[in-house]
Design a protein around this ligand. Structure first.
Ligand code: MSP
Length: 478
């Protein structure tokens, strides 16, 4: 039987500023899922990247006194260092300014939409919010300003190409209702059905090329160099262009359709309506699922410089290391709801879960093993429990982490209950058996930790193989 494949994508990030905790969250969730599928032997492909052809990037570059393309390289360099520190095991980082990789596929996709009769030109007037990189309506504004960005949108009047999104209302509804395109969690599926059900309107798919945009920014509309593809049509295409759609299609053939697009709740509509409609129009199969996560706040509030509650992932990484950050995000935030992080909550979780929990357990067991077992007593590899695999198959990442911690607690209890350190004095054979059973379960726990805490997983397994207590797995933070 052919190996099962698993293709996962993250959203592609706006490179107008450093990545924050919310971005680290999306990417960590994604990485955990991919590592799990890799661990169970599937052939995985993991895509991330940056969404570069945008006005807000040009504005940010100019504000920083830099040339946009040079500014982009710098910020994208910072993205890769954060991902490296977070142990993100992506296969490819796609950039939408990549004329070799991204543009041919974006162009081909546009041509397919034209062939289906779904692109037409129209005079358009609307309010454009640069923060959203989208047109907004009067209804969306509070005191004439965008409530999310606090800015007054620009009134824009121009000739645009439009995409016949309205034509796909029923087809999309059907795909979502039947779970052919699964939207997880259910509440987001219902939300999507409600807005699709109220009817989709055609949308602007291009913008006139701005005179002050540098060369190399913005995919030209085929046959009309005066227009560039509007961001959402350009960026959504990344999920297939990265696989070589429209150029070298080997990866595309192997991995498309995506098994899951991981996204935040703010970009659900783009992924649940525009993207499937584009694919239907182009005759490309739809992705299988959207995992829609919530937003991370700090102390119940949106992180902001003014409130002083911003938690920089890099600061936490420097103090606690990647495994601790990954585990907090995985276990203490539900992927299906909004979640909260504060420095205090992080420290408490670190001490309870890692220093006193897992770290202490490993030290207790490995102290016994080192003293009483011979080196080379290899543990048997037991299969994963169904509740663990089911949780991860269903994107219930926090639940899978809880399953591990439940076993950590039970194993701790097992030491207390069976008292191998006493048994071994009177009955060495029996005592050794008990200790071996403990290391065996510890080995399985380490394997279960693999997707969440890759470094710790390796350290515990190595300790068992070397029959040696590891040095300070997690030091208590006071
Ligand atoms: N470029 C678009 C996505 C295009 S995908 C084809 C974009 N970029 S973004 O950089 O603004 O956001 C990237 C992701 O981070 C989005 O999924 C967004 O939901 C997520 N988050 C941004 N802030 C967040 C939090 N505070 N918490 C959790 N996720 C958040 O949107």
């Amino acid at each position: 039987m052919a190996e099962k494949k698993f293709y996962l994508t993250t959203p592609i990030f706006y490179p107008n500023a450093k990545l924050h905790m919310g971005h680290a969250y999306t990417t960590t969730l994604s990485d955990i899922l991919v590592r799990y599928h890799r661990l169970v032997g599937e052939h995985t492909y993991f895509l991330t990247g940056s969404d570069e052809n945008t006005q807000k990037m040009v504005d940010a570059a100019r504000k920083a006194g830099k040339e946009p393309l040079e500014f982009l390289d710098e910020i994208v360099g910072q993205f890769s260092s954060l991902f490296k520190e977070l142990e993100i095991s992506y296969d490819q980082f796609i950039r939408t300014t990549d004329q070799k990789k991204h543009w041919p596929g974006a162009t081909l996709l546009w041509q397919k939409l034209v062939e289906s009769g779904d692109i037409y030109k129209k005079e358009y007037e609307g309010l454009y919010c640069v923060g959203h990189e989208a047109f907004v309506t009067e209804k969306d504004l509070v005191d004439g300003k965008c409530p999310d960005h606090g800015t007054v949108p620009e009134l824009i009047q121009e000739q645009n190409y439009f995409f016949r999104l309205s034509k796909y209302t029923d087809a999309i509804k059907e795909k979502i209702e039947s779970d052919e395109l699964r939207i997880v969690p259910e509440s987001r599926k219902n939300e999507t059905l409600a807005f699709v059900g109220s009817g989709l309107e055609d949308i602007s798919f291009s913008r006139p090329r701005k005179a002050d945009w540098p060369q190399g920014l913005g995919v030209p509309v085929p046959g009309d160099d005066g227009q560039v593809m509007y961001v959402w049509c350009d960026v959504l295409a990344n999920y297939i262009t990265a696989l070589g759609y429209g150029s070298d299609e080997q990866l595309y053939k192997e991995f498309w359709p995506a098994d899951v697009h991981v996204i935040g709740k703010d970009i659900l509509r783009f992924h649940a309506a525009i993207w499937p409609a584009m694919l239907l129009s182009a005759g490309v199969p739809l992705p299988k699922a959207l995992l829609v996560h919530g937003f991370i706040t700090s102390g119940g509030k949106k992180m902001s410089k003014t409130l002083g509650n911003v938690i920089d992932p890099q600061e936490l990484l420097a103090e606690y290391g990647s495994d601790a950050v990954r585990m907090f995000l995985a276990r203490h935030i539900s992927p299906f709801e909004d979640g909260d992080i504060t420095r205090e909550a992080f420290k408490d979780a670190y001490n309870a879960d890692l220093a006193n929990g897992l770290g202490n357990l490993v030290a207790r067991i490995m102290q016994l093993a080192q003293t009483h077992l011979e080196k080379g007593t290899r543990p048997e590899v037991a299969p994963f429990a169904k509740e663990y695999t089911d949780a991860l198959e269903n994107f219930e990442i926090n639940k899978a982490a809880d399953v591990i911690w439940e076993r950590i607690k039970l194993l701790d209890q097992q030491i207390t209950d069976t008292q191998p350190f006493k048994v071994i004095k009177n009955n060495p054979e029996e005592g050794k058996k008990l200790i071996l059973a403990l290391t065996q379960e510890l080995y399985l726990i380490a394997r279960m930790l693999n997707p969440f805490m890759p470094e710790t997983n390796a350290k515990i397994k190595q300790a068992i193989i070397d029959n040696k207590k590891p040095e300070n797995l997690f030091a208590r933070k006071d």
